[in-house]
Design a protein around this ligand. Structure first.
Ligand code: HAM
Length: 449
């Protein structure tokens, strides 16, 4: 075995073909459910002015304080620290909403995105430096039914992927920003004289972002928090009623949830509704998805006061659950036909045949090298081809071809001109990988052969 000179950077992964089957499957479910619910796709750039994330997500969140990847270039020395790789989609999408004047569109504007995000986190199981999210945002209208609908779309996707039963929806309402300011002050007051009992990280949190203390993993902090003021004591009536209505709508939609008064989320932009999908067995660690309402974010990017709401799920964590649950993503990369040939004439004839087979929607490989028919057959076996077509000098002369069923281990000679028709029939018309472009009424605009 040769030794690689380079490996992927720590916390990143090659998405190998086996995993792409899962990615493709998830994306299909996401696109399908998104269109059903009126979401349109947007792709913000992979990097933005770092201020987009610093302002949006919050200066004193872990994501901004510790995990931003700054983008530098060899040339632009003073610009080099202005940009950062996106750690999530929400801030970029809100920036785009304002930049493209989307407040002029009928509201709410519903957008979704799928792609890589980057966080310089400490790599561990389910936590990577480059990972994939799918993300949904509803901007421009506020109503508890939208919160419930967004959760429903997410739950549907998780159901489609057959992992919903492994997850629990945790939900809370963190009130408005005044409620949280008052609560944070109360927490600070409570900890006066007790700071020294807090681990160093939590002392820092108490100073800069006391809300983050609530999901501290430190035992000492958790013990102290038992007697501390509770966020729900500060949540105003409007938020309380809003929350009850969201829960009522979830009940109506038959979506089960756990009310979790300790749930605050790690990003600063949230107000009122917050939620996460937790792994039934490990809880808060490695949540599969999360989101909530952000009614002040658009203003931070220079827009008018505009409500917003969104969710994002981590695709690597979803894939992990699918594999744990024994769910195999459909393999769309199967080889239907391997074409083996011998001799220059046969090879030429095969090239044309391979093109015709591919155009007919049949996954075909072949005309590889000059090896003997026997070793080409071995290769066909390794590629797990369903059928092999063999064309030697004799067959070219006789205008025939040998068709071998690789599963049954049987073969027969057929007229060369019937090859396409016979293979199509064997595979079944509906299994052919053709595509067609149709308009929304189903009229074919352009059809693959
Ligand atoms: P988040 O909770 O930071 O929320 O991330 C959402 C999901 O992304 C997580 O539940 C997890 O599955 C995945 N994820 C996050 N960090 C990593 C990582 N280092 N490695 C692997 N997966 C990870 C947001 O990003 C918000 N933008 C969600 C949102 C949308 N809120 C409103 N709109």
């Amino acid at each position: 075995m040769s030794q690689p000179l380079f490996r992927t950077p720590r916390g990143t992964n090659d998405v190998l073909p086996e995993d792409h089957q899962y990615h493709t499957y998830i994306k299909k479910a996401v696109r399908h459910r998104a269109r059903q619910a009126g979401f349109k796709r947007i792709d913000p750039p992979m990097y933005e002015n770092r201020a987009v994330f610093e302002r949006g997500i919050g200066e004193h969140t872990d994501i901004v304080e510790k995990e931003l990847f700054l983008v530098s270039s060899k040339q632009a020395s003073d610009e080099s620290t202005q940009f950062a790789l996106r750690p999530e989609f929400t801030a970029g999408i809100c920036r785009a909403y304002v930049e493209h004047g989307m407040q002029q569109l009928p509201q709410p504007v519903q957008l979704f995105s799928i792609g890589q995000c980057f966080r310089h986190d400490r790599p561990q199981k389910g936590r990577y430096r480059q990972f994939h999210q799918f993300d949904f945002e509803i901007i421009g209208l506020k109503d508890p039914s939208l919160d419930a609908q967004l959760i429903q779309v997410t739950a549907k996707i998780l159901e489609d992927l057959r992992i919903r039963h492994r997850l629990t929806l945790q939900i809370n309402n963190v009130g408005n920003s005044d409620n949280r300011t008052e609560f944070c002050q109360a927490l600070k007051d409570f900890f006066i004289g007790k700071e020294r009992n807090l681990p160093e990280l939590d002392q820092h949190r108490l100073q800069h972002n006391p809300l983050r203390l609530l999901d501290s993993k430190e035992e000492d902090t958790q013990i102290l928090l038992k007697n501390a003021p509770k966020l729900e004591q500060f949540v105003d009536d409007e938020s309380r009623i809003y929350h009850e209505t969201v829960l009522e709508y979830l009940d109506t939609l038959g979506i089960s949830y756990v009310k979790n008064e300790g749930l605050v989320r790690g990003l600063d932009y949230y107000n009122q509704t917050v939620f996460e999908f937790w792994d039934n067995s490990t809880g808060a660690q490695n949540a599969v998805g999360g989101g909530g309402r952000y009614d002040s974010l658009i203003e931070l990017f220079g827009g008018q006061s505009t409500p917003g709401l969104g969710v994002a799920c981590g695709m690597e964590r979803i894939i992990w659950h699918m594999k744990e649950a024994g769910i195999q993503a459909p393999n769309k990369d199967q080889v239907d036909v391997f074409v083996a040939q011998l001799g220059p004439e046969a090879k030429k004839t095969c090239l044309k045949l391979i093109t015709d087979l591919r155009d007919a929607g049949i996954h075909t490989v072949g005309a590889l090298g000059e090896a003997s028919l026997k070793s080409q057959m071995r290769l066909a076996d390794k590629f797990q081809a369903r059928y092999t077509l063999l064309l030697g000098k004799m067959e070219v002369k006789e205008s025939t071809i040998i068709l071998r069923d690789m599963v049954a281990g049987k073969q027969k000679q057929i007229p060369f001109k019937d090859t396409l028709k016979t293979v199509k029939k064997l595979l079944g018309e509906k299994n052919l990988d053709t595509y067609s472009l149709t308009d929304h009424l189903g009229n074919v605009i352009d059809e693959g052969e």
